[in-house]
Design a protein. Structure first.
Length: 320
């Protein structure tokens, strides 16, 4: 089994300019952005490369832009391996964080890029519309012992819907739900030992029951979309179980809207299966930082960092 895994970041990793230099240098990367533009009937590349940031940060724009940038980075990397006469390594797993599951599905050959681009645009629109009339919110909790989470959820839920949306690293979670519960939970978390509890500037309660309408909408949007069995096992956001069939891919894209993302469990599962090197396939290095906290001894390589090129080339092999 390979010691390598690809990991794909989700919303929040976007930044104006992402992928522009790569597309100027790599025909393969440029073709990905061109395909994304064609799928949407507008230029997501122009928005990703030139902003403005407030438009790029809109959920319905950020998600297709991140998907395009992530797959462009992977295409550019594969192009470079081939130019060096190297066989691209096959990872043991591909895992996506939240919206990064779409990037993972495309990278694993389970979903066509054009379909993925259109789907994440619709996903963003549905998420923004879901739960209208119920004031949704999210908060980041830093430094809270994971053992106190059940107590926190039970107490904060007295004020409304309150769930753990993202378990990102030891002592770093994001909670989601109705604003009164989130605000009460943030204060309670401090009394339970959290170093920081920050209510985030968002109006979408991602990965919570408030996304039920979005999940129903995505179920309908996925009708007629062709999925294939992934070439490499994926891991489910909720519990890290392997996703190995086309039907399981389809189910994951609906279920993960209302369920939490247990990134800690997914990374620990990959490490326990022999993965020692993780390549972050996407803009930025959000997952790089999280994985280093989850598995301190692992090698984590951000693929969009030019300084990583020598390390990435060394992972490939000369064809027999």
């Amino acid at each position: 089994m390979s010691h390598l895994a690809f990991v794909c970041p989700g919303q929040g990793s976007q930044v104006v300019g992402m992928g522009r230099t790569l597309a100027e240098e790599s025909a393969a990367a440029a073709s990905v952005f061109a395909a994304a533009d064609a799928a949407l009937g507008e230029s997501i590349a122009d928005l990703a490369w030139g902003g403005p940031a407030d438009r790029l940060d809109l959920t319905e724009n950020a998600q297709p832009a991140i998907l395009a940038a992530s797959i462009a980075i992977l295409a550019g990397l594969r192009e470079r391996w081939a130019a060096e006469g190297l066989a691209a390594p096959t990872p043991s797993f591909i895992a996506g964080h939240s919206m990064g599951q779409y990037s993972a599905l495309v990278a694993a050959g389970a979903l066509d890029l054009a379909d993925g681009i259109r789907l994440v645009r619709e996903r963003g629109r549905l998420m923004q519309a879901s739960g209208q009339g119920r004031d949704g919110a999210m908060a980041a909790l830093i430094g809270l012992d994971d053992a106190r989470l059940p107590e926190l959820v039970e107490a904060a839920s007295q004020h409304g819907i309150f769930v753990v949306a993202n378990r990102n690293a030891p002592g770093q979670v994001v909670v989601s739900g109705e604003r009164p519960a989130i605000e009460a939970g943030a204060e309670l978390a401090k009394s339970l030992g959290a170093k920081r509890a920050i209510v985030l500037p968002v109006s979408v309660a991602a990965h919570s029951p408030l996304m039920a309408e979005a999940a129903d909408g995505m179920r309908e949007a996925l009708t007629g979309i062709t999925f294939r069995d992934p070439e490499v096992p994926l891991l489910a956001n909720k519990d890290g179980r392997p996703i190995e069939t086309a039907d399981a891919c389809r189910t994951e894209l609906v279920e993960h809207l209302t369920a939490g993302v247990d990134w800690v469990h997914a990374v620990e599962r990959m490490a326990a299966s022999g993965v020692t090197t993780f390549i972050e396939v996407g803009p930025g290095r959000v997952l790089t930082g999280l994985i280093k906290r989850i598995v301190p001894g692992a090698e984590v390589i951000p693929a969009d960092d030019p300084s990583s090129l020598d390390r990435l080339l060394a992972l490939a092999s000369v064809p027999a």
